[in-house]
Design a protein around this ligand. Structure first.
Ligand SMILES: Nc1ncnc2c1ncn2[C@@H]1O[C@H](C[S@+](CC[C@H]([NH3+])C(=O)[O-])CC(=O)[O-])[C@@H](O)[C@H]1O
Length: 336
């Protein structure tokens, strides 16, 4: 059984009461087996893994590392080869694994994305996460949430509406046990389910989400309202080259994705943030996504970036738009 008791307890302790009141309903809706037929199977996969307590009884010590490129859970001594092979096959049953990498009980999960590279690009610029309460909007499997915990966060709430990613997160939580997992939580909901005007989080991350929103200014206002005054927004999104009034709205698909709305230039993004009332707005990174950062692997066997680019000119998407380039922008919610 998935255990949400620690989430209820932590939300209560940390004063997230308005959200807490909605959580039972949100879990029911986000994990509705009638809507998501695979859930029961994923749940059975999770239950095949040993809990930390079971491993401890067998004399194993759990070693968790959240501050290196692969979020890692291993034992001392290492599990026998036969057990490692069994778990490797079970990890495969939760494919596709998109955000990572992870190193779990002898298996390196080489995810579609080198999410650690994104982390490396921003971590030196953001306000230090020590003791902060953090919201990660569109967190996927929660890879970055674990890295935030590794950087000393007091509490991390990751949200993502995909039930598969929720189960990937729950698997990590099970393997980790509560000792280290009790400050990182994941809810199977979207930004629209976060209660309005929380005025709460010290840092809000929105990475890879803005371009999926049909109403980007509303997204920025929602993020701002989730922050406490003085809190920091870490915004990462697809951008194009151009001045502050240049924005690409793809007619149909962009890089084969059919739910892409607005790709601003970095300067336009800065203007939008200022117009929405953020202060101290600055671009800290602009990077073109490389074929080494996003690619098919044995853990994500579908098409990936190389298939989304024009084979004759990789500076363009198959639709003829500029190839994916992403910016990281930091901004603060003002005190007044
Ligand atoms: N309404 C919504 N509210 C919140 N999340 C949503 C919503 N709709 C979709 N998502 C989720 O937003 C995530 C976007 S990926 C970024 C992952 C991570 N942040 C990363 O930066 O690597 C995009 C990328 O590949 O960059 C997906 O996991 C969706 O399920």
């Amino acid at each position: 059984m998935l255990n949400y008791a620690p989430l209820y307890q932590k939300f209560a302790e940390e004063g997230l009461t308005r959200w807490l009141a909605l959580v039972p309903e949100q879990l029911d809706a986000g994990l509705d087996v009638k809507r998501y037929a695979d859930l029961a199977g994923w749940q059975r996969v999770l239950e095949k893994f040993p809990t930390v307590e079971q491993l401890a009884e067998q004399g194993y010590q759990i070693n968790i590392a959240l501050d290196q490129s692969a979020v890692s859970i291993e034992t001392t001594p290492a599990l026998p080869d036969s057990e490692q092979a069994k778990y490797r096959n079970l990890f495969k049953k939760l494919m596709p694994w998109r955000k990572g990498p992870f190193q779990l009980h002898g298996t390196y999960i080489n995810t579609e994305w080198r999410s650690d590279w994104k982390w490396d690009r921003l971590c030196e610029f953001i306000a230090p996460l020590h003791n902060r309460r953090i919201l990660d909007v569109g967190c996927g499997s929660g890879y970055h949430c674990w890295r935030m915990a590794g950087a000393g966060a007091r509490m991390v709430v990751g949200i993502d509406p995909s039930p598969r990613f929720h189960m990937q997160f729950q698997l990590l939580r099970r393997l980790m046990g509560l000792a280290d997992g009790n400050k990182v939580f994941h809810l199977p909901v979207g930004i629209e389910d976060v209660p309005a005007n929380l005025d709460y989080f010290d840092t809000v991350f929105s990475m890879g989400v803005l371009y999926h929103r049909p109403s980007p200014m509303d997204h920025l206002y929602q993020l701002k309202a989730a922050l406490r005054p003085g809190g920091e927004l870490v915004l990462e999104t697809l951008v194009i080259d151009g001045d502050e009034n240049q924005v690409l709205v793809p007619a149909d698909r962009y890089a084969m994705m059919n739910n892409v709305w607005f790709l601003p230039s970095p300067d336009a993004l800065v203007l939008w943030l200022k117009k929405c009332g953020f202060v101290n707005v600055r671009v800290v990174d602009i990077s073109t996504t490389t074929l080494d950062e996003q690619r098919s692997t044995e853990w994500m066997t579908f098409h990936s970036l190389v298939d989304f680019l024009d084979p004759k000119d990789q500076s363009k998407t198959v639709e003829g738009y500029p190839a994916p380039k992403r910016a990281v922008v930091l901004a603060e919610r003002p005190y007044h």
